[in-house]
Ligand binder design. Sequence first.
Ligand SMILES: Nc1ncnc2c1ncn2[C@@H]1O[C@H](COP(=O)(O)OP(=O)(O)O)[C@@H](O)[C@H]1O
Ligand SMILES: O=P(O)(O)O[C@H]1O[C@H](CO)[C@@H](O[C@H]2O[C@H](CO)[C@@H](O)[C@H](O)[C@H]2O)[C@H](O)[C@H]1O
Length: 458
Amino acid sequence: MAEVDTTAGPVLGTRVPDDAELDTLRSWVPSQRWFPEKGTDAALDRVAVVDLPDPLDEAAVRVHLLALPSGAVLQVPTVRRAATGEDAGPAARPGVIAPLPGGVLVDGPHDPAFVRAWLAAAHDDGAAPTRTGVTKVVEGEQSNTSVLLPGADRPAILKVFRVVTLGPNPDVEVPLALARAGWAGVPRPLAWLPGGWERGDGSAAVGHLGVLSELVQGARDGFELACDHARAGTSFGDLAEDLGRTTAQMHRALRTAIPVAGTGHAHAPRNETERHTEVRRVVRTLRERAEAAAARVPEVAARAEAVHAAYDRLEALASVPPLQRVHGDYHLGQVLRSTDGDGGRWYVLDFEGEPQASADEKTRPDLALRDLAGMLRSLDYAAAVGEARDPAWLGDARDRLIAGYEHETGGAAVGLEVLLPALELDKALYEVVYESGNRPDWLPIPLAGVDRLLGHAR
Ligand SMILES: Nc1ncnc2c1ncn2[C@@H]1O[C@H](COP(=O)(O)OP(=O)(O)O)[C@@H](O)[C@H]1O
Ligand SMILES: O=P(O)(O)O[C@H]1O[C@H](CO)[C@@H](O[C@H]2O[C@H](CO)[C@@H](O)[C@H](O)[C@H]2O)[C@H](O)[C@H]1O
C-alpha cells in the first residue's frame, strides 16, 4: 500500500528478566482506561523491553511490551527519573506510576523525555518537528494515549498505540497513503516508530508503536460539536452536509490511494453469477455478525428473528456496489472540525477499524456505505446525548448528511434505499454489544435505534 515500508528499521526489544518494575506495572496496567480486557484477571507476560535513548540524557526511557493471555501485546512506555521537589507532595507530577528509591516511575506519555526520545528514534517524511516544545497528554475516553505538541516547530500530536497491531498499523499506513495521494481531509503523518521483538517460538514480530501527525489547530471533536447543536436546538444541517461531502471524498481518495487487488476495474460490469455471489456474501456476513452479537447480548438475541427478517429483503438485490477500502469505525468522534486558519473543514482520524475486529476484518474491502451508516448512527447518539428536543433536528441532520454524500458522488451512490438501512442496523447491533461491555448506561441509545430500524424494515 505505502510506497515505503513503514515497518522497516524497527527499534529492537530484548527479553529482560522479571523485575520490580514489572511487578509495579502488573498492578497498575489493569486499572488504566486503555486496558482492553477490563474485569479479567490479566496475567501480563513481558515479551520485550525497548530502550529509547534520551537525547538530553536526563532520564531512562523504556518501552515495555506486555502480552495478555489473548495474545494481544500492550505497550507501556515508562520514564525513570530522579525525584525533584515537584514529586515530593501529594500533588505529584501527572502520570506518576510509583515512587522509586530516590526517584519516580512515570507513565511515558506524561514525560517530555519519552516524547523527545520517541522523536529521535522515529522515521519521518522529512517534515517532522525537531523541537518538541511543551507536551501535554490528551484527556478523556481514549483507546490509545495521545500527546499534544502544540509548541513544536511543526505543531503535532503523538499517538501511542496501547495495543500493538502485528505488522503495519492501518492508522499509520492509511492516512499516509491518503496524504501522499493528495487528499487534505486527513492530518498528515509526520513520523512513525516501528518496534521489533522476538516471539516465544523465536520468530520475529514487528508492529508500529506510534505515529506523530500534523496537529489540526483549534479543532473541535465532531461528537461534542453535534451534541452542542442538539442541546441548543440549532441546526447541524450545514455541517452534516459538508461531512457527507467529506465522506464521499474520503471514499474516492481511498479507492485511488489503496486500490483493492483484483478490482482495478472495480466499476466494470460483472456477470450475473458474480453479482449474485457478492450479494449472498454480503448478506451472509451481516447474518454472521448478528448471530455473534446475539450470542453475547440477550437484548440482541431477543430480536434475532426480526433482524434476520430485515436482512431477508437484501436477498432479492440484483447487485451490491463494488467493495473497497473503507474507514471501518466511522463516527462523529473520529472527525474533527477545524476552526482556525482554513475557514473550517472536516478532518478524518483513526483508520484502525472497529476495536474488536480481527486484523483481517480491519483491512478487508467492504461497502463504502458502511461508513455512511456509521455516521447516521452517530447523529442518533448526538441527538440522544445532546437531548435534542425537536425530533426534526435528527431528521434534518440525517437528510443533509446523505444529500452531501450523494451530491459529491454525482448521484452515483447505489444502495441508499435498501442497503443503507441494513448497514445501519448492523452498526446499531455492534453498538449494543459495545455499550453492554463498556457503557451499560448508554445501552438504551443503540437499542432504540435497533427497534426503530426494525420497525422501518417491517
Ligand atoms: N491531528 C489531530 N489534531 C488535533 N487533535 C487531534 C488530532 N488527532 C487526534 N486528536 C485528538 O485526540 C483525540 C483522540 O484521537 P483518536 O485518534 O480518536 O484516538 P483513539 O484511537 O485513542 O480514540 C481526538 O478525539 C482528538 O480530540
Ligand atoms: O473511537 P473508538 O475507535 O474507540 O470506537 C469505539 O468507541 C466509540 C465510543 O467512544 C464507539 O462509538 C459509539 O459512541 C459514540 C459516542 O461516544 C457515537 O458517536 C458512535 O456513533 C457510537 O458508535 C464506537 O462504536 C466504538 O467502536
